[in-house]
Ligand binder design. Sequence first.
Ligand code: FNR
Length: 191
Amino acid sequence: MEKSINVAVLVGSLRKASLNRMVANSLIALAPAPLQLEMIEIGHLPIYNQDAEDPAPAAWTPFRERIRSADAVLFVTPEHNRSVPAALKNALDVGSRPYGKSAWAGKPGAVVSVSPGAIGGFGANHHLRQSLVFLDVPAMQQPEAYIGHADKLFDPHGNLINEETRKFLTRFMQAFGAWIEANTRSKSHGA
Ligand code: FNR
């Protein structure tokens, strides 16, 4: 049997009817075996403040451990004022500390940006990639995923109704599976 690959999915929107959450649910449904995707909530994480470390706020520790235990990370994010929403940036910051103990280091990643707008959250997608370079998360380059006009892609129950998007998301997850395989560092090298 193929070994399963555990992918932590972080959604940058906190709202219930989030289009990003709908896309994330579609990605989870379309992912090929052996990828096992799980959404990790970020809305409850207190805003990062180094003064609050030791002991860290109760919510930070399990979040850090959950990211640490993941084989890969998938970010699905809206664009807020041409950048990454504060909630997602905060999750990146919380996971990156204490200094020298970043939970992100070496985990293969991928970025999907989603917007009702025409340019599909391009600005957020690339601002996020800037942080991922520093966090040592090798982020898949192709295919890029800027999901525009996202308000037209789902029925009122959150089901994906656009066939082209379904095909694209399926291809995206297949490519991500291959990316994870190609970028997973040997445990013996201390990733
Ligand atoms: C937005 N929105 C937005 N959209 C976009 O394409 N580019 C942008 O820069 C912004 N800026 C922005 C700032 C703030 C504070 C909010 C609340 C919203 C609109 C955004 O794309 C829209 O609300 C999406 O529906 C958000 O994603 P979810 O919540 O549906 O997943």
